[in-house]
Design a protein around this ligand. Structure first.
Ligand code: GLA
Ligand code: GLA
Length: 630
């Protein structure tokens, strides 16, 4: 059975009519109808227009906008306008402003100038959410609530410190628990009373890593509390209206596994760089993550630019056809809607150069003509609505592992978590083997292959989950520097990777980061190849060496190993192989696991996805290709 939050593919974008005189609104309606727009995101940054002075609301203009949209058959994603405070709030209550780690204040004049712990901010935010919900929760145009915008504001003030302490008390119980977890025997950091405990601020030297990590966790939870508060307010007025907020894909600041559980539908903003040859891969990754966050349910592409992204160093527009291609990619990977930032290009303000569906040139433009075409094409895809994408491969992704591996004083400061994710995802994507992302503690039993690009920090539960998965016949490929620390960022002792040593059949004595000169490796099975940046001084304890270093300080030491464990097989890759070699490793693991491409033998850079009973073929080359005999 299929189900979705919509009965037609949603198409449209952020609509900011408050930036324009009334006569432009009329033109907007005509152009939206012409383009096939059926959803407008309204009110995201309207707080100062809706509440020009404290407690005084002016909803008249928004009434008109919603009525106008409705009269034109266009639905509304109505935002709580709480991402950006009006200047009166920050001016009259300066304590609402966010504080940097060095104690300086970020002031107003941009956006997102609020401290998430500020009771003044919270009270005004709740009140305007309440007023909006009371007025519009049953408006016939309303399709969904859009809470705030791209949550991610971090503050280090004293109020946040107090909230942090409460969060820590819940996590650790008492101060002994905190001292133990944070390892405060180190550098004389032992706390004698709770009042001493503060956020990571400007310090003389390296900050306590667990303090840093816990603050990142806390901030995500604190922001989530703001989302939940507003969600509950709007939901109370009409539980039938779904609630979402726009995620930013692989954004480190919010643990979207935890957030997605609180949403009725998951939505995402993505801005792949048209100049980046791997941009389509990045899009696919963000789509797959968004789908996975929602447990496979249809999701919504809330924002993309139809042309260029004004904030980029080189804001090259999307070439003709590219916005359609990337929009189709989102639908293929499970989206039931494609929206843009924004409808009409702003004439003024910080984002006056950002691309839009109606560009500065007006409707007589390439961009608008392509928008109209896209609207037409999406309207014809109605029968994919609610259908699912199924994946035989899971790529594990965990925000804590990401945060932890990028803390200070890791063996290689250039070791970036997302680089590992991309390196392992890319060959799967190129081979048209569809992957979900999964949390390390998730049920993995439906997957033929589990890929773990990097899982530096791991909970006992997650470790046992992976071991059990392989024991019961699963296939697993694990990348380097995994299984190192526990959730308190305590290194697990006795030879790495402690929780996976038996699973992988090996023991690591030392991690061996290196400068980026290539090392050579030999492998009868994979062919010889090179690797760089990272090696590990390890001994096989049951695993078979598949590739071995033939140069550098670790010459003779295995770098790729395979171990039969229980009913299954586990690979370990203790270095960063050149892309072609990593592709061979993953191809071999996929073949052994029986994980099949959607279609085999397609030309390079032709992407294939199966959604429901349809196969989407997307050509990422400029030249057209001919495909026969599928
Ligand atoms: C210095 C300090 C030590 C230690 C080492 C290693 O020598 O005196 O406490 O921090 O550096 O970083
Ligand atoms: C984000 C925001 C939008 C806009 C766009 C373009 O996605 O949510 O308000 O700023 O970026 O920069």
């Amino acid at each position: 059975m299929s189900s979705s939050f919509t009965d037609r593919i949603l198409f449209g974008g952020d609509y900011n009519p408050e930036q324009w005189p009334r006569k432009v609104w009329e033109e907007d309606m005509a152009l939206m109808r012409q383009a096939g727009v059926n959803l407008a995101t309204v009110g995201v940054f309207s707080w100062a227009m809706l509440e020009p002075t404290p407690g005084v609301y002016e909803f008249g203009w928004l009434d008109e906008v919603l009525d106008l949209l409705h009269a034109n058959g266009i639905g509304v994603a109505l935002a709580t306008p709480t991402a950006s405070t009006p200047p009166w709030m920050n001016h009259r209550w300066p304590e609402t402003l966010p504080q940097n780690p060095d104690g300086t204040i970020r002031t107003y004049g941009s956006r997102n100038a609020y401290c998430p712990s500020s009771p003044v901010y919270r009270e005004f935010a709740d009140k305007i959410s309440e007023a909006l919900a009371a007025r519009y929760a049953h408006h016939p145009a309303l399709r969904m609530w859009h809470i705030g915008n791209e949550f991610g504001t971090v503050c280090h003030c004293d109020r946040c410190a107090a909230r942090f302490r409460t969060w820590l008390q819940v996590r650790y119980g008492d101060l002994d628990g905190l001292n133990e977890a944070w390892g405060t025997a180190f550098w004389s950091q032992r706390y004698s009373e709770w009042a001493e405990v503060i956020p990571p601020r400007q310090v003389q030297y390296v900050i306590n890593p667990t303090q840093d990590l816990d603050y990142q966790r806390f901030v995500s939870d604190l922001l989530l509390g703001g989302f939940v508060a507003e969600r509950d307010i709007v939901r109370a007025h009409n539980p039938a209206i779904p609630v979402t907020t726009n995620f930013m894909g692989f954004f480190k600041g919010t643990d979207s596994w935890r957030w997605a559980r609180e949403e009725d539908l998951v939505s995402v903003d993505i801005y792949p760089d048209p100049n980046d040859p791997d941009a389509a891969r990045d899009g696919a990754m963000a789509h797959d993550l968004t789908r996975s966050l929602g447990g496979g349910k249809p999701w919504l592409l809330m924002e993309q630019s139809p042309a260029g992204a004004g904030w980029r160093h080189v804001a090259t527009p999307k070439r003709p056809g590219l916005n359609r291609l990337w929009s189709m990619q989102a639908v293929a990977r499970g989206a039931d809607g494609v929206l843009h930032f924004q409808w009409r290009a702003s004439m003024q303000g910080a984002e006056r150069t950002h691309g839009a569906m109606v560009p500065h040139a007006g409707p007589d433009s390439r961009v608008f003509r392509e928008v109209c075409q896209l609207g037409e094409q999406l309207a014809r895809l109605g029968d994919v609505i609610g259908t699912r994408v199924t994946a035989e491969v899971a790529v594990l992704h965990d925000w804590d592992a990401w945060r932890a591996v990028e803390l200070d004083h890791q063996p290689h400061s250039g070791f970036r978590y997302l680089d590992r994710m991309r390196e392992y995802y890319t060959p799967l994507w190129r081979a048209n083997i569809t992957a979900d992302f999964a949390h390390p503690e998730a049920d993995l039993s439906t997957y033929k292959l589990v890929v773990v690009p990097n899982l530096y920090q791991v909970t006992d539960v997650a470790a046992a989950n992976l071991v059990r998965y392989v024991e019961r016949g699963g296939h697993l490929v694990m990348g380097p520097f995994s299984g190192v620390s526990d959730p308190d960022e305590r290194i697990r002792l006795g030879g790495h990777p402690v929780p996976f040593r038996e699973l992988l059949g090996l023991r690591i004595e030392e991690y061996w980061p290196l400068p980026d000169e290539p090392l050579t490796l030999e492998s009868a099975e994979l062919g010889d190849f090179t690797a760089a940046t990272w090696a590990e001084w390890l001994t096989a304890e049951g695993a078979t060496a598949v590739a071995t270093f033939t140069s550098g300080p670790l010459s003779g030491i295995p770098a790729v190993l395979r171990n039969a464990y229980g009913e299954g097989t586990a690979w370990y890759v203790a270095t960063l192989p050149e892309p072609a070699a990593l592709a061979r490793i993953l191809a071999s693991a996929c073949a052994a696991a029986g994980a099949e491409p959607v279609l085999a033998g397609l030309p390079p850079r032709v992407e294939a996805i199966r959604r429901g009973d349809k196969v989407f073929l997307l050509n990422h080359e400029d030249e057209s290709v001919e495909i026969r005999d599928l």
